[in-house]
Design a protein around this ligand. Structure first.
Ligand code: GLA
Ligand code: ZN
Length: 687
């Protein structure tokens, strides 16, 4: 939580970045197109371009033979028209000569099959050759462009992800384990519950990474492997940036994070809470499936809000939207175009949650290969007159009016805890419902009430400071260490309100269950203990009576043994009918709530409405509106910047109690205004 409102210029730029991934290396034999790009850049009000993301085979066509002249010219030309660049290290894809000459750079999958050259994002993170080669080319880039006035920021590789199981990686994994367990195999066997199915090791060399044709049942191993993959990826990244830190110490460094699946949940395979510490700026690639046929626009917008608040909270500072599409993507099941107005609305939503940019994949549609139909600013028609180009230019013009917002923050009194490790462990747990754990989606459901009430939320991770929040929500915190339990206890003792749910506090950091019932500190602060978790079939339902109303429960119900807690809600059905389902307990200066079942949305709405009242949680600026309109605020010392966004297909009346200024037209607004379908209003209010 940022208590002061000082601005943080994370990218060095004091303007909103607008532009995107630019691949001139695909067009070097078309100087007409490259010069046309410069005109189109101006017409689209773009100012920043990410270069050389996949340009390695153009930069180093043969081993040790470098070609930088084309890049010199592109960067100079962009700078000449007033543009800036984000320079990428090219390790996201490598030239064929390298895989051919040094097969160790190729990745080996979990089934121990060595991959052929092809695709991208497919190298071994341990390979000494690949580390040496990437560092070499990065050094040359830094030497050549490190002082170029156009250089804004480094973009390291592209969307790091995946894992390698080659012999070098096995060796590195064993080395990592030796360090972690102080060279004591007994403590590893203890942590991994060795005797189970005779899995005790008596030599480090017997340890192998998890595999579908080998070991997959040892949860401690699975968890440690995932931790290792994150750390090995970070170690690869750290190796990449050595020359950049040395030669360009003032240029900020980022790498683009991503989201998973249609639900837009945080990327699962890497623990971004650890990775974030190594970056200067968080950036991420957002591709929500707008106008899909399984949820409302507002439901999807809520999920976009959630993940933005997580990625922003990783560093508690503005972030960069590194990639988005101005129209459609090419990898959803159905690649629907953004409807008129949606591009501006969805882009401004990103800014409202803390982005200091709207960047695209891709600037120009490629002519061949798999991304030739992926949305772009410039289509194959090369025209500035088509609908998509005009919508991009509109976003560019809008961003130019938002310079004052750059660097501003979004303080919050409410935090929701997201934990990558707990998510890994809960998904690994053979128990409960195999399809219904849905940890990230559960967090989204708790976030929803605050999104609907326009109350800012930080989505934080377990190593962040809890103390400044009034309310901390930790749904399904399955894996929790003694240390985190102690910090949660302290948070409550100091006056915080803590909300926890079913399937929480069951295992420690080794994925070993706590013995002797629920952890005694949790029992102390909650004044109760969960004694049984009932898992339901999808056709099963139960109900919870809370404040004289009945709410539907599905999937999970926890049987509670009440001690000093008070009962706020009771189960209505089954063998635990009339027992506590929702509890409250005062502990020292604070209090806790435990929600025993997976409740429908309307329960969360009413439950959190009570808490919002009780803790006097406030919107930053009160704007009257109906359902599906989102109000998000960025704050500077003297001004609030308010984004009022209509995520519905109908007109929506909104009302301002006091006068605000439209940042686009500079007109004063007070009273009621009608927002058109997908319209966004961005206003400024002096404090
Ligand atoms: C990712 C990649 C880009 C591009 C886009 C397509 O985000 O980083 O290179 O492939 O997906 O949506
Ligand atoms: Zn490897």
């Amino acid at each position: 939580m940022m208590s002061n409102l000082e601005k943080t210029y994370t990218t060095q730029a004091n303007f909103m970045l607008h532009g995107g991934d630019y691949n001139p290396d695909q067009w070097l034999d078309r100087p007409d197109i490259l010069s046309n790009d410069l005109e189109l850049m101006k017409l689209s009000h773009s100012n920043t371009f990410s270069l050389s993301i996949f340009a390695w085979s153009t930069l180093e066509p043969e081993e040790g033979i470098y070609r930088f002249e084309w890049l010199d010219e592109i960067i100079d030309n962009i700078f000449r028209i007033g543009g800036r660049i984000i320079l990428a290290t090219p390790s996201g894809a490598r030239p064929a000569w390298m895989s051919q000459k040094y097969p160790e750079v190729l990745r080996t999958n979990a089934a121990r099959v060595k991959q052929l050259h092809g695709g991208r994002h497919n190298h071994c993170f341990t390979s000494g050759v690949y580390r040496e080669k990437t560092q070499k080319i990065n050094r040359l880039l830094a030497e050549r462009y490190g002082n170029h006035p156009a250089l804004l920021m480094w973009h390291i590789s592209n969307e790091y992800g995946g894992e390698c199981h080659c012999e070098q990686c096995q060796h590195a994994f064993r080395g990592w384990l030796k360090q972690k367990y102080n060279h004591d195999l007994k403590s590893l066997n203890d942590a991994w519950w060795g005797p189970f199915w005779s899995h005790t090791f008596n030599d480090w060399s017997q340890i192998e990474s998890p595999s579908p044709n080998g070991e997959s049942m040892v949860h401690g191993l699975n968890l440690d492997w995932k931790r290792f993959v994150t750390e090995q990826t970070i170690s690869f990244y750290e190796n990449e940036i050595v020359p950049l830190r040395e030669l360009t110490p003032t240029i900020p460094i980022t790498t683009n994070f991503m989201a998973d699946t249609n639900d837009l949940i945080p990327f699962q395979a890497l623990d971004y809470s650890k990775f974030a510490k190594h970056l200067d700026v968080i950036s991420w690639d957002a591709y929500p499936a707008w106008h899909n046929d399984w949820e409302s626009t507002a439901d999807l917008a809520m999920k976009v809000g959630f993940i933005n608040d997580l990625y922003r909270s990783l560093k508690q500072q503005p972030f960069i939207l590194m990639e988005s599409t101005p129209s459609s993507v090419n990898w959803h099941q159905v690649n629907k175009a953004k409807r008129p107005g949606m591009h501006l609305l969805s882009s401004m939503q990103m800014v409202s949650h803390g982005s200091d940019s709207v960047m695209y994949f891709q600037w120009r549609k490629s002519r061949g290969s798999s991304e030739k139909f992926h949305g772009a600013v410039v289509d194959h028609d090369n025209s500035s007159e088509n609908r998509v180009f005009k919508e991009v230019a509109r976003v560019g013009k809008t961003l130019e009016k938002l310079v004052d917002i750059v660097g501003t923050n979004r303080p919050a009194d409410v935090a929701i805890l997201y934990d990558w490790e707990s998510n890994w462990a809960i998904n690994d747990a053979q128990g409960f419902g195999m399809e219904t754990k849905r940890y990230p989606q559960t967090l989204q459901q708790h976030y929803r009430s605050f999104w609907e009430h326009d109350i800012p939320v930080d989505v934080i991770t377990k190593d962040q400071d809890f103390s400044a929040y009034k309310l901390l929500i930790v749904p399904m915190l399955y894996l929790v260490s003694e240390e985190t339990i102690a910090r949660l206890k302290q948070f409550v003792a100091d006056g915080g309100t803590l909300v926890m749910t079913y399937i929480s506090g069951l295992v420690n950091e080794h994925d070993l269950t706590y013995l002797g019932g629920w952890h005694k500190d949790l029992q102390e602060i909650f004044g109760m203990k969960p004694i049984e978790t009932d898992t339901l079939y999808s056709s099963d339902k139960n109900y919870v009576k809370y404040r004289n109303q009945s709410y539907e429960l599905r999937d999970y119900a926890t049987v509670i043994d009440l001690n000093t807690a008070s009962t706020e809600g009771i189960y209505e059905d089954d063998f635990y009918a009339n027992t506590a389902a929702v509890t409250n307990h005062k502990y020292e200066k604070g209090q806790t709530y435990y929600i025993g079942g997976r409740m429908e949305d309307s329960f969360h709405r009413d439950f959190y409405a009570e808490i919002i009242k009780e803790l006097t949680l406030k919107t930053i600026v009160s704007v009257g509106h109906g359902k599906g309109v989102s109000v998000q605020v960025r704050q500077a010392p003297e001004y609030d910047y308010i984004f009022v966004m209509n995520f519905t297909e109908e007109k929506q009346p909104v009302s301002f109690k006091s006068s605000v200024k439209d940042m686009f037209t500079s007109k004063e607004i007070i009273g009621e205004v009608i927002l058109e379908k997908y319209e966004v209003l961005i206003v400024e209010k002096a404090k």
